[in-house]
Design a binder for this molecule. Structure first.
Ligand SMILES: Nc1ncnc2c1ncn2[C@@H]1O[C@H](COP(=O)(O)OP(=O)(O)OP(=O)(O)O)[C@@H](O)[C@H]1O
Ligand SMILES: [Mg+2]
Length: 601
């Protein structure tokens, strides 16, 4: 067989039958050395303990080897001469060794688990921190299911790579060293004979390693895809049902599921080809030694007990050799998960610009200026916002109106620093928002998102989230101002009622009032409300706006707070000081008209 046909047949073995593309891109590949270098510093706190694990891993095989040598004495001194004399002391030593090996293996198990967890807990925390630090725009694009897989099984793969496989490797080497030492001591000629098959083992191992790496990459990626499909369907069961798309959802799920099955089958085909080869080599080794053993017995180079001990020890060598042969594939297999963790850890994070200043806390409402500000989303062809000029004076209440897609929510993202302007400047109290710390900017600017973001907690907890340390009275006051108290009276647990995942047990309008209460409690110098009356009936909306902005003609001005409302709602426009019209960026190539406008659009 030429090299080329060999490669082709291996590829055929590797080819999954399904041809569906996975939903999740494969992470960039890394060499084993690069992975080890990357995570080595993380081992620092446990290096000493790893040494202890290694010592315990050595003690186990040492005891086991002595046990086999005792077996030789048992055969040669007790069984062959049929003399029960030495049996007592042999039995006592056996018992002692057994006890010691129990203690050693228990200690090893506990220590290695402890070391693994000490490595895993901070790693998992850092990965999760990275998820939290991702710019919202980036994390919105990432599939939650895939991220979940990275945080759980892929992080475990890092532990397996750095610690689990280290234990396996050390354990195998130690078992091999002691067994081989005893073998050499019993008969170096037979040992050399047995070693003849060793190079063949390594050939099988490297071939297996190459194939396993590909297989496990595919399996990991499919795992992420399956989690993504599942997560998407779970989040949208109602949509799937009401639009009768059950079969499509099931098909999408099944497709990724089959992808996993295919990857598993490829792995099984690889094993099916290589494991029997390894078995065969093992048998060849034993047969060779039995042949040599006959010669050794006949020439009196070895006693019967010695030969039996030799064969026992030899059988014990194959396990560790297999473990070692499997070590490289196992490392490759884990590396597929590690790569996904590294990709997560290296993802861009929201960081303060170098030399960022603290935005000082303003005693009055924020003074906001957008000067020719424009923004373009990453990957978008056209800017979402072009050259907007807008000034909000402290305490002013301004409405920004414009058709859907004009860039209203983009203005909100500029003000909270989620998006950086690509042209022009956005400033709060004279400070460029791109030059101040994220935390101080967010303390100054409160945004009520267009999507109602609620935690699966009580209504009171959801409101209190706006300001840690708020007293129950302050929470209740915010709830009253946002009209939450009006509907919680009818709820069994009042403010203590849980809202369910994403607030699903509340109506849309009730959810809106809770998120407004949360924003009011926050008490920031600039309050940005993105479509605050979504989902509210006219009467409720009017009552809410009366509380928030005052009734038409009777403005409620809070000098400590500047309010920007992004809306279409005429009810809002009656209650603000000024309305600014935003023309859509996509159609308007000229700089956007934005200025004081008396009339509503
Ligand atoms: N995360 C994003 N990535 C890429 N493009 C985006 C993103 N968010 C918004 N856009 C695009 O930017 C433009 C402005 O969107 P924006 O959400 O600011 O509009 P809007 O005025 O708030 O609309 P609506 O009234 O419907 O809420 C739209 O064309 C939209 O497609
Ligand atoms: Mg919007």
């Amino acid at each position: 067989m030429t090299e080329a046909t060999g490669k082709r047949s291996m590829r055929a073995l590797l080819r999954p039958r399904g041809d569906d593309a996975p939903l999740v891109e494969a992470a960039p590949g890394l060499t084993l050395a690069a992975i080890a270098r990357r995570f080595w510093p993380r081992l620092r706190p446990v290096r000493g303990w790893l040494l202890l694990v290694a010592l315990l891993l050595a003690a186990g095989p040492a005891i086991a080897t002595v046990e086999v040598l005792l077996f030789q004495r048992l055969v040669d001194d007790v069984l062959v001469p049929a003399d029960p004399g030495p049996l007592l002391w042999l039995a006592l030593v056996y018992l002692g060794l057994n006890l010691a090996s129990g203690v050693v293996s228990g200690a090893e198990d506990y220590t290695s688990t402890w070391v693994s967890q000490r490595f895993l807990v901070p790693l998992r925390r850092d990965c999760f921190a990275r998820v939290l630090d991702q710019p919202a725009l980036v994390s919105d694009r990432r599939r939650a299911g895939d991220t979940l897989t990275r945080l759980t099984s892929d992080v475990s793969a890092v532990e397996s790579f750095m610690i689990g496989q280290f234990s396996v490797g050390i354990g195998a080497v130690m078992r091999l060293v002691f067994s081989l030492g005893a073998l050499l001591w019993l008969s170096w000629e037979l040992t050399l004979l047995a070693l003849l098959v060793a190079p063949l083992f390594w050939w099988a191992a490297t071939a297996l390693a190459r194939l396993t790496r590909e297989v496990s990459r595919e399996r990991r990626r499919r795992g992420g895809s399956l989690a993504s499909v599942t997560e998407e369907a779970l989040g949208n069961v109602a949509l799937v049902q009401t639009y009768g798309r059950r079969d499509e959802a099931l098909t999408a799920y099944e497709r990724q599921n089959r992808g996993i099955a295919d990857a598993e089958l490829v792995g099984s085909r690889v094993r099916a080809v290589f494991l029997p080869v390894v078995d065969l080599l093992e048998l060849a080794g034993v047969l060779l030694v039995v042949l040599g053993g006959v010669w050794a017995l006949s020439t009196d180079r070895l006693s019967l007990g010695g030969l039996l001990a030799f064969l026992t020890l030899l059988a014990r060598c194959f396990g560790p050799v297999r473990d070692l042969a499997d070590l490289v594939p196992a490392l490759y297999s884990a590396s597929a998960g590690v790569e996904r963790v590294v990709e997560l850890l290296d993802a861009p994070a929201e960081t303060d610009p170098p030399g960022a200043l603290e935005l000082p806390r303003s005693p009055v409402g924020a003074h906001v200026v957008l000067a020719g500000a424009g923004a373009t989303y990453p990957g978008a062809g056209a800017p979402a916002l072009r050259g907007l000029d807008l000034e909000l004076r402290p305490g002013e209440r301004v409405a920004l109106v414009g058709p859907s897609g004009a860039g209203k929510s983009t203005v909100a993202r500029l003000l909270t620093g989620q998006v950086a302007p690509d042209v022009g400047v956005v400033s709060v109290d004279g400070h460029d928002v791109t030059a101040v710390t994220r935390s101080s900017l967010r303390a100054a600017v409160t945004l009520v998102h267009q999507e109602q973001l609620l935690l699966d907690a009580s209504i009171a907890d959801n409101i209190a989230y706006g300001r840690p340390g708020a007293t129950p009275e302050e929470v209740e006051e915010a709830a009253r101002r946002a009209g939450v108290l009006d509907f919680v009276r009818r709820l069994p647990d009042g403010l203590g009622t849980r809202v369910g995942p994403r607030g699903r047990s509340l109506s849309g309008g009730q959810r809106q009032r809770v998120v407004l209460a949360r924003a009011l409690l926050r008490d920031a110098a600039l309050l940005v409300l993105d479509e605050p009356t979504t989902g509210l009936d006219a009467a409720t909306a009017a009552a809410l706006l009366d509380d928030l902005l005052g009734a038409p003609g009777q403005p409620v001005r809070d000098p400590r707070r500047t309010v920007l409302v992004l809306t279409h709602d005429p009810l809002v426009l009656e209650r603000v000081d000024r309305t600014v019209v935003l023309a859509p960026a996509a159609v308007d190539v000229e700089p956007v008209v934005a200025g004081p406008v008396g009339a509503r659009p």
